[in-house]
Design a protein around this ligand. Structure first.
Ligand code: MTE
Length: 372
């Protein structure tokens, strides 16, 4: 995936080329690649189209209002602490104002422990214009430019395999299968960048309980939309389409695993995986598959798309882990989008992306280097 590809031996080093512009970068040495990326691809386009500029008539969602109140209370109690250093309340308010780009999606503030991080949310503009959605191309700006062709109405999700109640469920019905909550999660891409996004959705566990998995169901497979007529990226053989992902049943049932229908108080932008996607905040971003069309319960561990394409680089678990490097680059640090620039300081990547308290027990006793 994602940064550079080995071409062959070049003296002592593997050569790599950039998958976005096909230039030979040099060696697979991570810094060289990072510099190439920053210089050539990581420019966050700042458009003057008013894309993310809030207008005065924007209505603040209840969740945003509540989280602001929570923040005020934490500030008053002095408990917001270091997380807020450098992030003024005015910024917080500006960030949490609805962008006014798409229809609103109502939600209530979540009560789930650990489901709201206090890191500064990424701007809507960055979150909706710097994307990985290879069905629309491999350039970070391709999805925002091209995903308007995605047909999201009508939309249904097929639920099949080892369940008592298989069904094809229309989006309108799926929207009512759980109480919509706003959750603010970190998203850490395996490429080494991260964002903080306020999602709207409900725990995947709400859906799973409804369809009643059979005792033999040990894994859940997620199949996403693959329509060659509307998705130009399918012409590329970078992946075996459709994009396939999977979780172990206990991971899928974990309350943090979110079926997301919106972000920033509005319905999901197409480039972010409309009309519904998965968000698994403690795993690398590629586990969070977009534009879901099928959820299949199975007794076998699925071979996920990225694992199929490069098994030595991408594993089924793909938990965020600063101690297990990608074979071609370190995973110890990350660049937070919005804090870019060649001189910007990188952040330390957190074990399980900072959700260790919530999910660590799922992996008790497992060798995380082996099951990467
Ligand atoms: N889902 C599909 N169907 N196709 C993709 O290419 N890319 C993944 C994931 N889900 C991808 C996908 C990767 S690599 C990341 S980092 C996240 O989506 C990015 O989500 P975002 O664009 O909303 O930030």
């Amino acid at each position: 995936m994602l940064v550079g590809r080995p071409l062959g031996f070049d003296g002592l080093f593997l050569q790599s080329f950039c998958p976005l512009c096909a230039k030979v970068i040099g060696t697979v040495h991570n810094d060289r690649e990072a510099i190439h990326y920053q210089a050539n691809h990581m420019i966050i386009r700042s458009s003057s189209s008013g894309f993310s500029h809030p207008v005065p008539s924007d209505i603040t969602s209840q969740a945003a209002y509540q989280s602001r109140r929570d923040l005020m209370r934490q500030l008053a109690a002095g408990s917001a602490g270091l997380a807020l250093a450098g992030w003024g309340l005015r910024d917080a308010q500006a960030q949490m104002t609805r962008p006014g780009q798409l229809p609103p999606l109502a939600s209530v503030p979540t009560k789930l422990a650990g489901a709201v991080v206090l890191d500064k949310p990424t701007s809507y503009k960055d979150a909706a214009s710097y994307n990985n959605f290879y069905e629309f191309g491999t350039d970070k700006s391709d999805p925002a430019k091209r995903a308007h062709t995605l047909q999201t109405d009508p939309w249904s999700v097929e639920i099949e395999g080892l369940v008592k109640k298989p069904a094809r469920v229309n989006l309108e019905d799926l929207l009512k299968w759980g109480a919509m909550e706003e959750r603010i999660y970190r998203l850490r891409c395996v490429e080494g960048w991260s964002m903080v996004i306020p999602w709207i959705g409900y725990s995947l566990a709400d859906l799973i309980r409804r369809v009643e998995p059979l005792p033999g169901a040990k894994f859940v497979e997620f199949v996403t939309q693959a329509d060659p007529k509307t998705m130009p990226g399918l012409r590329s053989s970078v992946l075996d389409w459709p994009y396939l992902e999977g979780l172990r049943m206990d991971e899928a049932m974990h309350p943090l695993t979110l079926l997301a229908f919106g972000m920033y108080g509005e319905v999901m932008p197409k480039q972010n995986g409309a009309p519904l996607r998965l968000v698994v905040p403690w795993k690398y971003g590629f586990k969070s598959s977009k534009s879901l069309v099928k959820i299949r319960f199975t007794d076998k561990q699925p071979v996920i798309s990225w694992e199929k394409s490069a098994p030595q680089e991408y594993g089924f678990y793909s938990n965020v882990n600063p101690n297990v490097d990608h074979p071609r680059w370190s995973q110890a640090t990350e660049r937070r989008i919005g804090e870019d620039g060649l001189l910007a300081k990188k952040r330390k990547t957190l074990m399980f992306n900072g959700y260790e308290t919530q999910v660590g027990q799922l992996y008790a006793g497992m060798d995380l280097k082996k099951f990467f």
